[in-house]
Ligand binder design. Structure first.
Ligand SMILES: *Cc1c(COP(=O)(O)O)cnc(C)c1O
Length: 338
């Protein structure tokens, strides 16, 4: 019952992605609580499997992880060095000359990295900003120079080659370890690998790593099953009406638990021993109704995520991406790590 997270599958996905970039040092992106799956469990499991580079969005996320990992683990912070950050034992990826000077004033001698903008225009120094501090930054021996691809999940998108060229132009000859690729970039091939790679979503079973092992199973307890006569409605707004007598199961989970209200009428199903039970009526905050008429036996539990319905399947139904399904998974489910 609840959310089952397969740590062995996460480790296997990390090993499989690392094997796609054999010349690079593979880290793991564990921001946003390891995409909602629990960084305090995921990061130590990956450390035990040999991962030594971890990436978070915020210094506060790094603070939580630092005591859970060995001293040889490096924890990089994408957000860089913001005023008031406690970066002890962490490695900020400095995003602007302002961050660079703040960091070098407050943390002289401590490790740092540089994040460059190669075209995404989200985070990182522009070529001119980098040029202005480059000599001073290189003299201080950064641990890593990295950038991020905007379209790596679309292998034919021209932005990939353009960003690769821009990144090379800014970093060739620096002699500093480089990193450009997350999950999608790893799959683009060796030109994109450099010395480090940093997969995120692929570790957690999501696209664009199509060969990923599924990581999450979400089993929901059935509270009630009722027989509904033809012509009656189910749920808020009376938006769904039975065409014939139907058996309806109500499970204890809803949009407050990350099962988006947009799943209403989407064709998404709940599952019992491999058999689908279509979600009918509106998804409410704590409850979902499913049509179990055609199941071989009345279910005690119904699954929302399993091998038949992955995070990306559910995301398609809800009009979003697997990343958002994962990071929305609520805190109300009992969690079990296997
Ligand atoms: C989130 C993120 C990643 C991981 O991306 P995935 O697509 O989940 O593999 C890597 N690098 C940066 C800068 C990120 O923000």
């Amino acid at each position: 019952m609840g959310l089952t997270i397969d740590l062995q599958a996460i480790v296997a996905n990390w090993q499989a992605l690392a094997a796609r970039a054999p010349a690079a040092r593979a880290g793991a992106v564990v921001k946003a609580d390891a995409y909602g799956l629990g960084a305090a469990k995921v990061a130590p499991a990956l450390y035990a499997a040999g991962a030594r580079d971890f990436y978070v969005a915020l210094a506060s996320e790094g603070r939580v992880l630092r005591p859970l990992l060995g001293g040889d683990a490096r924890i990089f912070v994408f957000g860089g060095h913001m005023p008031g950050d406690d970066l002890t034992g962490l490695i900020p990826l400095l995003n602007s000359p302002e961050q660079f000077f703040r960091d070098r004033t407050l943390r002289r001698g401590e490790p740092f990295g540089i994040q460059l903008d190669s075209g995404m225009n989200r985070l990182g120094m522009e070529a001119a900003e980098w040029g202005a501090i480059r000599a001073e930054a290189l003299a201080a021996e950064p641990s890593l120079i990295m950038s991020h691809l905007a379209c790596a999940d679309e292998p034919d998108h021209p932005a990939n080659a353009a960003q690769l060229a821009a990144f090379r132009a800014m970093t060739d000859g620096t002699g500093v370890p480089r990193g450009l690729s997350a999950t999608g970039g790893i799959l683009l091939g060796p030109d994109y690998h450099f010395e480090t790679v940093r997969p995120g979503v692929g570790l957690y079973g999501g696209l664009p790593f199509a060969e990923a092992r599924p990581v999450v199973t979400l089993s929901l307890p059935v509270i009630q099953i009722r027989d509904v006569a033809a012509g009656e409605f189910v749920g808020y707004g009376a938006t769904w009406t039975t065409d014939r007598p139907r058996r309806i199961a109500t499970v204890n989970a809803g949009y407050a638990d990350g099962l988006h209200r947009a799943l209403t009428g989407s064709g998404a199903c709940l599952w019992s021993d491999g058999h689908p039970a279509p979600i009918v009526g509106r998804v409410s905050m704590d409850l979902i109704t499913a049509d179990v008429t055609d199941l071989p036996r009345p279910p005690d539990v119904l699954e929302a995520l399993n091998a038949q319905q992955t995070v990306d399947d559910l995301a398609d139904r809800a009009g979003t991406i697997g990343y958002e399904i994962l990071t929305s998974l609520g805190a109300r489910y009992p969690r079990r790590y296997v």
